[in-house]
Design a protein around this ligand. Sequence first.
Ligand code: IVH
Length: 696
Amino acid sequence: MTLFDMGKEEARQKHAQLSKQMRAADQAYYQDDAPVLSDAQYDSLRRELETLEQEHPDLITAQSPTQTVGSAPASGFDKVTHAMPMLSLSNVFSEEEASDFLGRIRRFLGLPDDEKITLIAEPKIDGLSCSLRYEGGHLVRAATRGDGTTGEDITANVKTIADIPHTLKGNPPPVLEVRGEIYMTHDNFRALNDRQEQQGKQPFANPRNAAAGSVRQLDSTITAQRPLGFYAYALGQYDAQNDAQNLQTQQSIIDALSAWGFTMQADIRTVEDSAALMANYERLLEKRPDLGYDIDGIVYKVNRLDWQERLGFVSRAPRWATAHKFPAEQAITRLNAIDIQVGRTGALTPVARLEPITVGGVVVSNATLHNEDEIRRKDVRVGDMVTIQRAGDVIPQIVSALKDKRTGNMPEYIFPDTCPACGSAAIREEDEAVRRCTGGLICPAQSVERLKHFVSRLAFDIEGLGSKIIEQFHDEGIIKSPADIFRLHLMNEGNIQPPLQEREGWGDLSVKNLFNAIDKRRTIALNRFIYALGIRQVGEATAKRLAATYGTLDRLQTCMQAAHETSSEAYEDLLAIEDIGPAVAKDLIAFFHEPHNQDVITDLKAALTITPYEAPSSASDHIFNGKTLVFTGTLHQMTRAEAKAKAEALGAKVSGSVSKKTDYVIAGDDAGAKLKKAKDLEIKTLTEDEWISMAS
Ligand code: IVH
């Protein structure tokens, strides 16, 4: 009997049964993050239900999964752009590094030796950061950190956390963003895992994963059953002009947050020198096991907000704060094998395969061995018992081998001199620690790594096209070069056999989502595009500088061709860019000179719309934006470092030498040759006072 000749009662029963199955599958997929059906099975179930409903329209109700599932937000949460970016922190690991941090601040601000730098020291909570936006004292939006610029809207879930006030007490400014950490206590973590196990579900690896998994529930009633806490620690955007508290220090922010109704950590201290800072570090290290929640270090923040403002940021981290990390947790296990991985630039990296072991709550089965010198220095051999350590989220490391535990004949490890992926010679350049495969474009490992980089988060960031899928598509020859990604939908209509939607693990829905995600990235900012190319030594910050300098891809290409001649003006211009020295220039020029890379770019250009890099908006209308500045002579009101940072924050480039391309020369006391050259070239010169008033 088919669905079509079913009797009324039978149809009703069948409908109830299919609906139940679909609801269970939906719950597993959307709410438990643990699908019970493959996409193909899910699609077929859905089609069966739809066919039945077409035959028996009276069975359709508003609650039917066919009516509700379609509207389930399969792609997750809405995106939220942070009014102020959510940054990360630099790290220090020792007293020496902590005191260097203080020294850098002193030098940057040009403080005399007897001027105290007061720091606020707060435990660094190991949870997930969250930004809460209050308007008129009411919580209007909560967002995850995401990539720091754009996060996910988790308002509904966050409202279930008891520590987070829906309405603020006292007299908060009209617009206020509060930053803090969502976490789970040790007690609650253990209780949750007991419940998970009783229900036959997978336990969470650690409290942070449990907190993150709970916040990422699409159904906030599930989050509500998860015992989460929140500690506030900083402000994002806030309306200082309308702020009754007139905040001047980090301490006053802490007091204000508390007065507005937030829970603050108990162990916050003030420290003023490295001795006090170390005493507090030792104190917390000892207290760490009894705190009741996970911390992975201490965050130091300069107390004076005017100093914070002057210190500003480097790349994604403030100069006025740092994290003093606790030592890593260690364990001993067996080294089963050493595998060699080949990276996107051909670097051969040894990876230790370990007998799985729990370190600090997480099961570890791989560790990094860095490079061949490291293996030799530590004399690590396959079969050794080794001490491994894990600090925070970084890849675990091998600390040492326990040589007295060696049994029998265990040969020294010999690092390969050929590429394990393509067999080409692997060569170590003088002065380089890494050995690289010389196979270049013929090496499949390099090409797959380049593709993974191309779709990674700071590059094209294509949702649903992660490393695993790239590997699979690359192995099958479906995606060989980046532009193939943008032809995938066409290929799927004939060339790919079987088509994606008919494969295990795929279905109509997931294929549609993938193509939508790819389409969303057909328009891309130039800086992301440059970063995505995976040029050696060109990271996010350099890509932004190149995009800001050259404006368009065509110009970048033309100038890189011209710069091939190192006596050219183009080469000089390239070296004038901040942080681009001869080594980076060499890699850039070589990349753009290589015919295959040119083909890849041409191919991509045809598929994409590349938009200009948008510098952070506050800078874009400033008089110094896009200008080239040269500082010369002695400045009195700020150090050279501060002046340079300030200029860059306003969108200017700072160069060390005066040329026709210079827009302004800022001349302090005793300015000499550079000032003279500026006058000869008729370039505008500014005094220190003029610079300060124009820059503020
Ligand atoms: S202050 C400008 N204070 O650490 C950065 N961060 O590695 C301001 N974190 O994303 C951050 N506890 O999620 C600050 N007491 C604390 C913190 C803290 C944990 C996290 C935060 C941030 C990450 C940086």
